[in-house]
Design a protein around this ligand. Structure first.
Ligand code: NAD
Length: 338
């Protein structure tokens, strides 16, 4: 069993830890927490707890939480670290990982240059085979790569035009906004366009990003220019062959992100997560070389299965299709549940 250490146990870290714990070819050696808060108390029931440096140990002792050591000790106890620290911290940690000669996975908040390859299981799994440092792209980029990649494989995509309506922050965060404003990114294209190109080889990508006051999901309005004509039916058939894309209909009540996330709660998903990208069937339309659709992305969880597959690619545990199948099966990723 490959020993996986999780550095940073927030929105992404706790989900990756749980996903790793569901696999039979890897296990969680421990997690790094900075504060002895309620999350540390809950996590200590299941995982070994480490701290970034020994200075934090007394706080945990005082709170009655047993500590196994510092980040250096977690590195000794692990074969790979999944770095889920806040944006920019991964860059600082890279030096430690290199000095201690441990392999690491970074998240999409880090610049692409931090790693030898950026990763999406559908579009470029093989580019991370045997690598020491890999970056799983952001939730938005993962959402785009997931639905565009099967279409690119079957029909070829010349150009991507996407408008990303982004959630303001995650559900457990009361410190960020906006809470009563719509905030466009004033950079064109937004950073998502070059990011998508790190995992999907499409010649031309343009993205516009707008932040809105919601915490549930992102919504993407996508227009593709195809090499070969793809009808709405062709696109839906292509997505139906991939379990990480979920074609839904607004007709049975799932007409907004509120009902999609309610569905995830109703079907009893862990943490009420929806790992799949939900595409509204009614939105898929084509004319000439254009194909258009609208999709919803659960930002807190879509990257989680990608981290598991990235570990398998780096350590050559399984080839692409088998790894994806194993991860999907273990996490209950089904592509359609109703
Ligand atoms: P988060 O703030 O929810 O979690 C980060 C955790 O790291 C927190 O628990 C924090 O206390 C801890 N931390 C801070 N400094 C640390 C240190 N020095 N050592 C160890 N732990 C430390 O952040 P997140 O949303 O989980 O984001 C993590 C990464 O994942 C970022 O790169 C982000 O861009 C990316 N990401 C986030 C989302 C999302 O929607 N939240 C989606 C995809 C990718």
């Amino acid at each position: 069993m490959l020993r996986v250490g999780i550095n940073g146990y927030g929105t992404i870290g706790k989900r990756v830890a749980h996903a790793v714990s569901l696999q039979d070819d890897m296990k969680v050696s421990g997690i790094v927490k900075t504060k002895p808060d309620y999350i540390s108390k809950i996590a200590s029931r299941e995982f070994n707890i480490y701290v970034p440096d020994r200075a934090a140990e007394k706080k945990f002792d005082d709170a009655g939480i047993k500590i196994k050591g510092d980040l250096g000790k977690l590195i000794e106890d692990s074969e790979v670290i999944v770095d889920c620290t806040p944006e920019g911290k991964g860059e600082e940690n890279l030096k430690t990982y290199k000095d201690k000669k441990i392999r690491a996975i970074f998240q999409g908040g880090e610049e692409a240059g931090i790693a030898e390859s950026s990763f999406n299981a559908y579009s470029n799994f093989n580019e991370s085979i045997g690598k020491s440092f890999v970056r799983v792209v952001s939730c938005n980029t993962t959402g785009l790569a997931r639905t565009i990649s099967p279409l690119n494989d079957q029909f070829g995509v010349k150009r991507v035009n996407a408008t990303l309506i982004r959630r303001a922050t995650d559900q457990n965060d009361s410190s960020k906004g906006p809470i009563n404003a719509v905030e466009p990114s004033l950079k064109f294209p937004s950073h998502h366009a070059p990011d998508l190109k790190t995992v999907l080889h499409v010649p031309d990508v343009e993205t516009v990003a707008i932040k809105v006051p919601t915490t549930l999901m992102h919504v993407h309005v996508v227009e593709l220019t195809m090499d070969r004509k793809a009808t709405a039916e062709d696109a839906i058939n292509a997505w139906n062959q991939r379990k990480r894309v979920f074609v839904i209909s607004g007709k049975d009540g799932r007409s907004s992100t509120a009902q999609i996330m309610d569905m995830a709660r109703e079907i009893g998903r862990d943490r009420s997560d929806l790992y799949e990208i939900a595409v509204w069937k009614e939105s898929v339309n084509s004319s000439g070389e254009k194909l258009r659709y609208v999709q919803a992305v659960h930002q807190e969880s879509d990257v989680v299965p990608e981290n598991v597959d990235a570990i398998r690619a780096m350590f050559q545990l399984l080839p692409q299709d088998e790894s994806i199948k194993k991860t999907d099966h273990s996490m209950g990723i089904s592509g359609s549940v109703i």
